[in-house]
Design a protein around this ligand. Structure first.
Ligand code: SF4
Length: 241
């Protein structure tokens, strides 16, 4: 699965110019998961990541290239939760190394399952609101969680633990970006591209005709290595059966 590789590589290159803190994944450091969505009332909140209309972005990319996700780890570009004093721009990215899930419908379903983890991690005192239309992720952090020492390391570990419940995930890299509004706005544009890849994949698997000349998805296929091969490969397979 190489469809997201160029996005991962470009994003990593872009973030390499920022100072980052890095932690190897340690399951014992994972923040407590409530198992279900928890309401953090405004009066109990210390701040909101991506709140007050500040830029926010969220996306997940899957690859089978080991070099792109060398280990389970959490990266933070910007200030940590206990260092923040108010609402800030915010991005959370997940890069997942999967096993050889192939390029067919099963692969697509596996990708969707991996993506859905973001709706099933509920760190205590860390209320996440995700908008799949705008790719925004806004998080209300409670004062209580801050007093208990919540950190991106611990929240990132909770996400990695969640991703590892999916048997297709071999490694997960979680990246948090705070403060830098321009970088987050750029990541929001990248999130749209990721969405474009996933939507194109969906349409191909729905069985649209393989006619690039009249296809509205051509801009995505022109940019994404492997997409065209995927579609024509599927057509060849169908013709052979
Ligand atoms: S390969 Fe061609 S027909 Fe298929 S989705 Fe891409 S542009 Fe459309």
């Amino acid at each position: 699965m190489e469809l997201y590789d160029h996005i991962i590589a470009e994003t990593r290159a872009r973030l390499s110019g920022m100072t980052a803190r890095r932690w190897d994944y340690d399951e014992t450091s994972a923040w407590r998961d409530m198992g279900a969505s928890e309401l953090v009332l405004l009066r109990d909140a210390a701040f909101e990541l991506g709140g007050s209309g500040k830029p926010s972005a969220n996306f997940t990319c899957v690859t089978t290239d080991e070099r792109l996700v060398p280990r389970d780890e959490v990266l933070l570009c910007g200030r940590d939760l206990t260092e923040l004093q108010g609402d800030v721009p915010f991005a959370r990215l997940a890069f997942l190394l999967s096993d050889g899930i192939g390029d067919d419908e099963a692969a697509y379903q596996a990708i969707r399952d991996m993506e859905f983890v973001k709706y099933h991690v509920f760190p205590e005192g860390y209320m996440v609101r995700v908008s799949s239309e705008s790719n925004r992720e806004q998080v209300r952090v409670s004062r209580r969680a801050l007093a208990r020492g919540v950190s991106f390391r611990a929240v990132g570990a909770a996400y990695i633990r969640g991703f590892h419940k999916n048997p297709h995930v071999r490694r997960a890299q979680l990246i948090f970006v705070t403060d830098d509004g321009a970088a987050v706005a750029e990541l929001a544009r990248t999130a749209k591209k990721v969405d474009g890849v996933t939507r194109t994949l969906t349409r191909i698997l729905e069985g649209i005709p393989a006619d690039c000349g009249s296809c509205s998805l051509k801009p995505v296929c022109d940019e994404v290595e492997g997409m065209r091969e995927l579609h024509f490969g599927m057509r060849r397979k169908e013709a052979a059966t």
